[in-house]
Write a protein that binds this ligand. Structure first.
Ligand SMILES: O=C(O)CC1=CCC(=O)O1
Length: 88
């Protein structure tokens, strides 16, 4: 199943961001290499991204997202995608 995911990051000023960002990057690379995180785009002008995940179930996507190092500091919006009838 394909999922469009928007992640907005809100790091409080008292949090040491550098280790979390490094851990997040390492995990994102793993998930891209495994083919589960197929697109990752910065939203221009925002500390946010648009991503596409390709995972078998809602539960697996939830497990992936909720285990991301930045998850406690993110607002996440998920849109499950279905095949469009006009897609060629
Ligand atoms: O910077 C972000 O949008 C959050 C994030 C996702 C993967 C990553 O490395 O950072």
């Amino acid at each position: 199943m394909l999922f469009h995911v928007r992640m907005d990051v809100h790091l409080p000023p008292d949090v040491d961001a550098a280790p979390l960002v490094a851990q997040e990057k390492a995990r994102a690379i793993e998930l891209q290499q495994s083919g589960e995180w197929t697109h990752l785009w910065r939203i221009v002008g925002e500390y946010a991204n648009y991503s596409i995940f390709n995972v078998p179930t809602n539960d697996e996507l939830h497990d992936i997202l909720s285990s991301l190092p930045l998850f406690p500091y993110m607002k996440v919006h998920v849109t499950p995608l279905a095949t469009h009838p006009s897609k060629i």
